[in-house]
Every structure is written in structure tokens, then in C-alpha cells.
Design a protein around this ligand. Sequence first.
Ligand code: UD1
Ligand code: CA
Length: 467
Amino acid sequence: MNSESTLSAIVLAAGLGTRMKSRKAKVLHEAGGQALLEHVLDAAEATVSPERIVVVIGHQAEEVRKRVGGRGCRFVTQTEQRGTGHAVAICAGEAAKDGRTLLLYGDCPLLTADTIARLVAAQAKSGCAATLITTLLDDPTGYGRIVRSADGAVAAIVEHKAATPEQLQIREINSGIYCIDSALLWKFVGEIVPNAASGEIYLTDIVELLGAVGHRVEALVLEDPSEILGINHRVELAEADRILRARKARQLMFDGVTILQPETVSIDARVRIGQDTVIGPLTQISGSTVIGEDCRVGAGSVIRDSVIADGVEIGEYCFIGTSTVASGARIGPFSRLRQDNQVGAGAHIGNFVELKKTVFGAGSKAMHLAYLGDSVIGAGVNVGAGTITCNYDGTHKHTTTIEDGVFVGSNSTLVAPVKLEQGSYIAAGSVITDAVPSGALGLGRSRQSNKEGWADKKRAESKAGKS
Ligand code: UD1
Ligand code: CA
């Protein structure tokens, strides 16, 4: 058996997080575009297979399950939050008893997979009972302090509230992240007695229990304390969000994406962006968005849950939601691809054009001021400025079909359901209510008539005071 297969994890995520002042469980709050718990599970799953991860849930257990249940991890419900030691102890029936166990907190979203791997490696190498992550803080207020023995081992963790004045001077703090020999964990976790002052069962007390029977506990000291920032209130949530987004931008830049003024962009953790794409300032790219290579995303554009192929140019201030854009297309500036659109290769969508549930064919163009909703538009179509699909009759939505090569003159009103057949031509200013056959001209307005001399006569009359 390799070491990965004998590694398990328990993630504590039952607390409400009183200081969040929220009806929502703390671990469901988002930073960097996903729930805090999702970040922790992402990091854990890099070294532990999901079926060996147990998540302790309590507050909003059903919502938490719904959010992360698809990953294949196990759940244990802690109905009453009786402390971190209690939360681990109740996993006895569900967790694996072999190998080593990682103990993680669901509210520490900045911990990286690399650091988890380092912790596991350090623990394996030392052969000691447990290794925990610590760091030195200028202001250790609120954290458990690390008490070292003469030989450098971790002798005890003293909670802030219980610390003596000398112990309060200790700057090395407990992150709450441990890698422990599973057999020893399950032997001793049940022996922790409730804290005399608070009545809670503190997981940290296991260090002294191990020490008392000669087992050694060591620490992996992190140089960068930001990784173990636990989120307790919304100011820390904002700080975690900032750090996660900065990390994401940095990673993308190392991977070959140019980001202009990276401190102004906001890119979610799951977003993928290809090589040599240039991302402009003040952009927001979120959810499951995937952007290809050699694209440009203009300043101020917002892209959500969309797939953008290679070589796409998105101008300034566009909005793209749940849509796909094929290679070489040009969008914007100031376009809105509201939802569920498919823009074909090389198509152009210009300023103040809104698309909703529309298939827009390869090489087609709608350059200015149009609303195209519930439409199926073929290839090589030209949609003139001011074209509106009337897709809604007050009760139902209807489809507008525009076949290949159609020319829609400016300011046309297309009353759906309606079909413009291949190669037809719509006169500007038409109101089209019936199908236009292939190759035909659809003219849906009264013809112009000119009254010769009318204007001259009118002016002459005005001058003569006849008005
Ligand atoms: C804990 C540690 C402290 C460490 C700090 C680091 C203990 C006793 N103390 O303190 O040494 O410096 O973390 O951030 O462990 N939880 C449950 N069920 C419970 C209690 C807690 O699931 O019954 C979960 C919480 O939802 C949270 C995590 O465990 O995700 C940590 O609990 P919290 O109460 O925040 O511990 P701290 O007081 O911060
Ligand atoms: Ca905490």
C-alpha cells in the first residue's frame, strides 16, 4: 500500500461561526469564488482520496452536504458543538484507522496542497506520533500557544484563555492543522476530558496525553502565517478573498497569461485561462469560466460560467454569462451576452447588442444596438442596427429563426415565431410577422411617397406671414 492510500483526513466544519453574524454556516461563506470548505477540500484532495475524507458538519448540515457532497467524501453530523476534540472523536465509526490522519479546519481556506504535502512528509520522516503546523505571530491573541520541552518537542498547547502570563508571551501558535498516527489518534482522542473552565473537549489536549506516555509531537513551522489564517469574521473573509485572488492571478501569470494591473482583477479559483491571453484591468472572471489561448478581455468586462475559445477578442465593458464563444469571434465593447448563448467562430457582436438564449452563427454580425432573444441565427447573417426580436407575447417566449446569409436591414422588428429563410433580405424599418421565403425581399412597412415642392411652398408661405 502506498502512503497516499493510507492517509485519511477529518475536516472540522460544524461550527456556526458566531462572529460572522450570519444565518449561513461559516464554511459556506465564499472567498476567491468558492465556499471556504471547498478550498480546504481542494487542498486535501491533492493528497487524500475523497472517500477517505470525513467532514464533520453541524450548522446547516444539509446545505453543506449539498455544496460538497458530489466530491465523494463522507459526513458525520455533530449536533451539539462540544469542542474540537469531541468533533474528531465522533468520527471514530466513519474514519479509517490505518496509516495517518490529517486534521483540518473548514474555515482555513488559505492552506495550500503543497503545505499539506510538506506536513505529511515531515511527519513520515520524523516517525513521531504527530506533527502539527505552527507559525510565529506578532500578535498571537486568541490562538493556542505552543509550549516546547527542553529537547524542542511540542510538550503542550495552551489555549489563550488558559495561558499563564509567561505563556501569553509565546509567539508560536497552533494552526489547528495536524498529521497524526491514526492508531494513536483513536487510542487517545476518547480520553480527552472536558476543559474545566469551558466544558469543551479540546483536541489540543491530545498533545499532553501523548507526551505523558512517551510519544513525541513535533511542529512544522510555517514562515508565511497567511496560509493558516482562520476566518472568524467578515473582515478576515475579505482578507482571505484578497489573498486567494492575488494567488490566482499570480499563478495565471506564471502559466503564461498577461494580466494588466493584476491587483484590480478578480478571478475565481476554478477559472482556467490559456497561454498568451491578455486580461485587462478591472475585469471579473468567475465560476466555471474557461478562456482559451491568444484572447483579449477588455477592461471592465465581466465573464461568468462561460467558455471562450482561442483567439477571441472581448472589448471593454462586456458582460458574458453562461455562454460559449467560438474561436476568432469579436465581442464588444459594451455587449451583453446575457445567458445561454452560443456565438459561432469569427462572429462579431458589437456595442449595445444584447443576446439571450441565442445561437449566433459563424461569421455573422450584429454590430450595433440590437436585441436578439430566443433566436437561432445561421452563418454569414448581417443583423442591422436597431434590430429587435419580439420574442415575448406577454405569456410565452417564441423563436426567431434566421437562416444562413440573411440580411436584416436596420431597425427591423421581427415578431416571433417567425422565420427568415436562407439568403432573404429584410428592408430597413420592417415589421416582420410572417415567414420570408428564401431569396425574397421582406418589406413590412408602408412605401415612401414624396410630395414635390412641398417644403419650398411651406417655407415661402411662412415668409409671407401666412403661416
Ligand atoms: C482552535 C484551537 C487553537 C488554535 C486555533 C487556530 C482548540 C481547542 N483550539 O481554536 O489552539 O490556535 O483553533 O485557529 O482546538 N468545530 C467543530 N465542532 C466543535 C468545535 C469546533 O466542528 O465542536 C470546528 C469549527 O467549526 C472550526 C474549527 O473546528 O472550523 C475550529 O474551532 P474554533 O472554535 O474556531 O477553535 P478556536 O477557538 O479558534
Ligand atoms: Ca477559529
